[in-house]
Ligand binder design. Structure first.
Ligand code: UDX
Ligand code: ADP
Length: 458
């Protein structure tokens, strides 16, 4: 093996990315390290720490051949020529920029680990999403090493989405690599391009300067989230006017300049990236004295919160203005389908609001129940978790669909209706069910941004 790659951080980004690199680059040795020993152990086991379609097969093909998971960060740093850093960069909860700016303490800690243990020059690659010009600060820290070593910083943000991570990594729309415009920076750029050239066509590898690359990552997520908030805002208007958001989205999306994707109205976007990255962008704009630009992007997050609240308010209004003591079956807790991840899931917010109204919750999700329990651990009230959807619906007054799991479409709704209290309500927060069919079965159906199908006169 002629090159050793290290990745610091074995999370949702580091794990799948390195598995796909190892799979495509058999002559590279890929080591993934993490401070979390349980996570490392899980990567080496039959049950991976994250649920991601197709990932298991990739890990099985490469594990202990050219893909290694370890907690020995020091040995990894010493061995590697290239170090990817994919540690978490959560939103700061304290001090200046609290609630908006990125908390870079984990990133800086890895930079300091690298300085302490490196024995030769290295290429350090930012995979975590970082504020613009972080590379500059990191470069300064790294170059301050007393050993006279040279460190090149490359920005190579990840664009994969959860649930489709393996396919996104294997067939990326683009690979973005930002490098410094120095001779050594350009050499480092070529070394990182060499990795991706193993399976990504040259035309899809976009190179830029470091700052453009860092900013592109933030803005790509902000633009995607902005589409969802735009459509969600219009879903509210549809409910007032009898326009149908599905028809509006489909017709709008036929304009090639708009395109059909990411126009699905929902209870709101979740996930570890969108909110965090937009707030990070907002903070940057404020920092650089651009309050109008900051306010523009902040509205995307505010609209998302409005949509979550609006969904709960609609449940309360439709159920005769009270949910106190009523059982509500929550179908789906993950922030999107095909993942067990619940970070920033709208389901957390919706569940908490319903509990505040003294509803009893029966939560069902095919993959995310363990995280759901942790997310609601501090909540008091009547909550239980059911892997069987029919059990979750037993004695329930309503079903609220919060995640677009395909399997929800195939449920036996006549059976669900039979075990529920009457009148039985369905609130489809993802517009995935066959609403006329449910209405025929006797449900009162409340989709998003579409006419309600109800026998209750509202
Ligand atoms: C996102 C970006 O898509 C990805 O490029 C980046 O690397 C990480 O952040 P992810 O958060 O994993 O990926 O999932 P994504 O598919 O973007 O969905 C985010 C949220 O938006 C989910 O809650 C999803 O349900 C919601 N969504 C998405 C909608 O509500 N409507 C849509 O039309 C699309
Ligand atoms: P992401 O979705 O960005 O991959 P995760 O939280 O899933 O975020 O993963 C980040 C990982 O980085 C975690 O497993 C965490 O334990 C690890 N990590 C954080 N700081 C360090 C550090 N200094 N050294 C090694 N690993 C770290």
């Amino acid at each position: 093996m002629n090159k050793t790659i290290l990745c610091i951080g074995a999370g949702y980004v580091g794990g799948p990315t390195m598995a796909v690199i190892a799979d495509n680059c058999p002559e590279y040795k890929v080591i993934v390290v993490d401070v979390n020993a349980a996570r490392i152990k899980a990567w080496q086991s039959a049950v991976l720490p994250i649920y991601e379609p197709g990932l298991k097969a990739v890990v099985e093909r490469t594990l202990n051949k050219n893909l290694f998971f370890s907690t020995d960060i020091v040995a990894g740093i010493k061995a590697a020529d290239m170090i990817f850093v994919s540690v978490n960069t959560p939103t700061k909860t304290f001090g200046a920029g609290a609630g908006k700016a990125a908390d870079l303490q984990y990133w800086e800690k890895t930079a300091r680990d690298i300085i302490e243990h490196a024995e030769n020059d290295k290429i350090v690659i930012e995979k975590s999403t970082l504020p613009v010009r972080t590379a500059e600060a990191m470069h300064r820290i790294l170059q301050s090493n007393p050993k006279g070593l040279n460190f090149d910083i490359i920005s190579n943000p990840e664009f994969m989405a959860e649930g489709t991570a393996v396919d996104d990594l294997q067939n990326p729309g683009r690979v973005l690599i930002g490098a410094m415009e120095t001779e050594s920076g350009q050499k480092a750029l070529q070394a990182v391009m060499d990795i991706y050239r193993h399976w990504v066509p040259e035309a899809k590898i976009k190179t830029t300067n470091v700052w453009s690359s860092e900013l592109t990552k933030l803005v790509s997520n902000a633009m995607l989230a902005q589409r969802i908030s735009s459509v969600n805002s219009i879903s509210a208007l549809c409910e007032k006017t009898d326009a149908n958001i599905l028809e509006v989205s489909a017709a709008m999306g036929m304009d090639v300049r708009i395109g059909p994707r990411f126009l699905q109205a929902s209870i709101g976007f979740g996930g570890s990236c969108f909110k965090k990255d937009i707030l990070n962008l907002v903070y940057l704009c404020e920092f650089y004295g651009l309050p109008e630009v900051a306010a523009y992007w902040e509205q995307v997050v505010l609209m998302n919160e409005y949509q979550e609240k609006r969904f709960v308010q609609n449940i309360i209004n439709r159920m005769f203005n009270t949910v106190a003591g009523k059982k509500i079956a929550i179908f789906g807790f993950a922030f999107k389908a095909d993942t067990g991840d619940t970070r920033e899931s709208p389901a957390i917010y919706v569940s908490k609001l319903l509990l505040e109204e003294h509803a009893a919750l029966r939560i069902h999700d095919p993959q995310a129940l363990e995280y759901a329990k942790l997310d609601l651990a501090d909540c008091t009230g009547d909550i239980s978790y059911e892997i069987d959807p029919y059990k979750a619906a037993e004695g329930a007054h309503a079903i609220a669909v919060l995640t677009e799991w395909k399997e929800f479409r195939d449920l036996d709704f006549a059976r669900l209706h039979a075990v529920m209290e009457k009148p039985a309500f369905i609130f489809d927060g993802r517009n995935i069910l066959d609403h006329p069919k449910l209405f025929k079965l006797g449900f009162n159906v409340y989709p998003l941004g579409q006419k309600a199908l109800s026998n209750l006169g509202h």
